[in-house]
Design a binder for this molecule. Structure first.
Ligand code: CP
Ligand code: NVA
Length: 305
């Protein structure tokens, strides 16, 4: 079995084979209906979700298995029971666990105490399933990964950004992260990217225009991630405003650049409506690909790929 908690320790070969498997799943969405017959996924959510919840449930259904989804608030794990006990009990019932938690350390504890594979459905630190499916989307749109340039704008001390930094370094994509002071990626992630990179560039800068210049992919994410308190909203809008993706920013990228956002998105915040609803936006392809990549991830985690 393989836990999938982050892209730490991943190799380019492992990512490429997951992309290949995701593509095969997409080609025949209902052609693998006995792969997980008799298997059950337990999904646990401490935070809200639309795409991750639906795509995992649907992936299990289409692979012939079953999915049980619970809100952590409705379980004793919110105070009455330790995460260690939750892990040990869950393994007596189900074959694989997907969890969306606040703390990455708590997810790690869940995995350490689990007899079945654990998949990270997003923590404050990492969102690997999102970035694996985004790499599938980029492959489809650009025909390759190596040698591309991705420019990321906005909140960079962020789960999606951290996985993008590692994923790009592993796959030979140059990444320029444009963000305000105090919202930089966590230093440990930058170190890991440096070690993982086989020559591609990873840079963090203040200058949004310089980051966008010549990019193949323009990427942004929410300024108000699920774990961020409403009380921070005003200060964040002020800090991130220079990093909003506008038509002007997109115009600095390559002519055929694509615009990505993992969603949920807010028009007028991290990007303008013109950008996200415009011809260069691939955000709904990204959302669809979550389903195809979840299937590949489930098979990989269960040692069936
Ligand atoms: N992109 C993503 O993970 O969306 P949800 O929060 O809706 O699951
Ligand atoms: N960074 C965002 C991603 C949402 C899928 C969040 O954590 O809310």
């Amino acid at each position: 079995m393989n836990h999938l908690l982050s892209l730490e320790g991943f190799t380019p070969g492992k990512i490429s084979s997951l992309i290949r498997l995701g593509k095969a799943m997409k080609k025949a969405p209902l052609g693998h209906s006995s792969k997980l017959r008799g298997k059950t996924l337990l999904s646990i959510f401490e935070k809200p979700s639309f795409r991750t919840r639906i795509s995992f449930e649907l992936a299990m259904l289409q692979l012939g298995g079953h999915a049980i989804t619970i809100d952590s608030q409705a379980t004793p794990m919110c105070g009455k029971e330790s995460i260690e006990d939750t892990a040990k009990v869950a393994g007596r019932y189900v074959d694989v666990i997907m969890a969306r938690l606040y703390s990455h350390e708590k997810l790690t504890k869940l995995a350490q105490n689990s007899q079945v594979p654990v998949i990270n459905g997003l923590t404050d630190k990492y969102h690997p399933c999102q970035v694996l499916s985004d790499l599938l989307t980029i492959t489809e749109k650009k025909g390759k990964l190596k040698g591309l340039k991705l420019a990321y704008f906005g909140d960079a001390d962020n789960n999606v950004t951290h996985c993008l930094i590692l994923g790009c370094a592993l796959m030979g994509i140059d990444i320029s992260v444009a963000c305000p002071a105090g919202h930089e990626p966590q230093p440990g992630v930058m170190e890991m990217a440096k070690d993982a990179s086989a020559g591609s560039k990873t840079e963090v800068m203040r200058d949004a225009a310089a980051a966008a210049k010549g990019a193949d992919i323009i990427y942004t994410d929410s300024w108000m991630s699920y774990h961020v308190s409403e009380s921070e909203k005003e200060a964040r809008i002020k800090a991130f405003a220079p990093y909003r993706v506008t038509a002007g920013v997109l115009g600095l990228a390559k002519k055929d650049a694509i615009f990505m956002n993992c969603l949920p998105a807010q028009r007028g915040m991290e990007q303008t409506a013109e950008v996200i609803d415009g011809p260069q936006s691939v955000v709904f392809d990204q959302a669809e690909n979550r389903l195809h990549m979840q299937k590949a991830i489930l098979l990989y985690a269960m040692g069936l790929a």
